[in-house]
Design a protein around this ligand. Structure first.
Ligand code: SF4
Ligand code: MG
Length: 331
């Protein structure tokens, strides 16, 4: 399978005053394959939006490399940059805040067409009407304003705007979190349909694990700026390895009544620490039910522990376990 995006040891740190630094994203590495949906989950503040914004160049990475179709996005210039700005699009959590209230739907959706000189006049309107139909709206919606639409319809407008420039990669940052539960599935199903029809690749950022499993081929779990686990979605839900993933999944109800094995609910102690002074070693150690001494001293390595199943945790590093054993001395 072809890699369309490679995120390599990316850090995004924000400087505050007085020498304080927010380590919003730290050493995150993953690939996205052409045509797949990679879900990214984690609690708010875990860095998932920041990594999305860094990939699409709204932020500049502090360290590391992001390759899109093999090219370093931070080095793109001129024509290549323009093409990148077309090929990669973003859908936002709050479709209302991201749509200009003084612009008609026609002009909102046509914005990309204008910027990239893709259509004008009659063709421009025709293209917008076609896009409206693609997302389940119609021509009579074109001359209205965002406030005349429901949340779900507004998100459809946001999707149409993203599609206008014929992208191949879409970063969806919590696209359904602000919507009623009854509407969420409609938007997700629309996104799935568009993906099939247009061969789109999605980076789907969310905090709702059940919806992420439904839409994603693979799922990555973030905690306090780190990617802690990444696997095929079924594999991740069946065999979570990282203690944080185990805890997250223990809170997800299993809809299938035939599943006998209920997960025991794991309640994590304490709150997520600040990304300004994150814990040494493993950032999850202050809340981890399985923490060992080494977890405070050494940062666990991001490694593949089962086929296509990545995790960073000392429990899966033999050398770490040996050191831990040695400390305890002879039994
Ligand atoms: Fe828990 Fe240690 Fe694994 Fe971190 S490295 S998740 S503290 S066991
Ligand atoms: Mg966010």
């Amino acid at each position: 399978v072809e890699k369309i995006l490679e995120v390599k040891s990316v850090k995004k740190h924000f400087k505050l005053g007085k020498g304080q630094v927010v380590q919003a994203v730290d050493n995150v590495s993953f690939d996205v394959y052409k045509g797949e949906t990679l879900g990214l989950v984690g609690e708010s503040g875990c860095g998932k939006s920041t990594i999305g914004r860094t990939i699409i160049r709204l932020y500049k990475a502090t360290e590391g490399e992001i390759l899109f179709k093999g090219k370093d996005v931070n080095r793109l210039k001129g024509k290549e940059l323009k093409r990148f700005n077309r090929e990669m699009q973003m859908i936002f959590q709050d479709p209302y805040a991201s749509l200009n209230p003084r612009m008609t739907v026609l002009d909102i959706i046509a914005e990309g067409l204008d910027i990239h000189d893709l259509a004008s006049g009659k063709a421009r309107r025709e293209k917008v009407v076609e896009l409206l139909k693609t997302v389940g709206l119609n021509e009579e919606h074109a001359d209205r304003f965002p406030h005349e639409f429901s949340g779900g319809q507004r998100q459809r407008i946001g999707i149409a705007r993203a599609l206008a420039v014929d992208p191949d990669f879409i970063i969806a940052d919590e696209p359904i979190s602000a919507l009623d539960v009854s509407i969420q599935a409609q938007v997700v199903n629309l996104m799935k349909k568009l993906q099939r029809e247009k061969g789109l690749t999605y980076l789907f950022i969310a905090h709702d694990l059940s919806m992420v499993k439904y839409i994603s081929d693979r799922v990555g779990v973030m905690y306090l700026g780190n990617l802690v686990e990444l696997a095929d979605s079924q594999e991740l839900y069946d065999n979570p390895m990282h203690p944080y993933t185990e805890a997250l999944l223990s809170a997800v109800p299993i809809p299938d009544p035939n599943v006998e094995k209920r997960r025991e609910r794991i309640i994590l102690k304490g709150d997520v620490p600040s990304p300004i002074n994150p814990p040494s070693g493993c950032r999850f150690r202050t809340r981890c039910p399985k923490a060992m001494d080494i977890c405070a001293e050494v940062t666990p390595v991001w490694q593949q522990v089962r086929p296509l199943h990545w995790v960073s945790c000392h429990l899966y590093q033999e050398d770490s376990l040996k050191k831990e054993e040695a400390k305890k001395g002879p039994v």
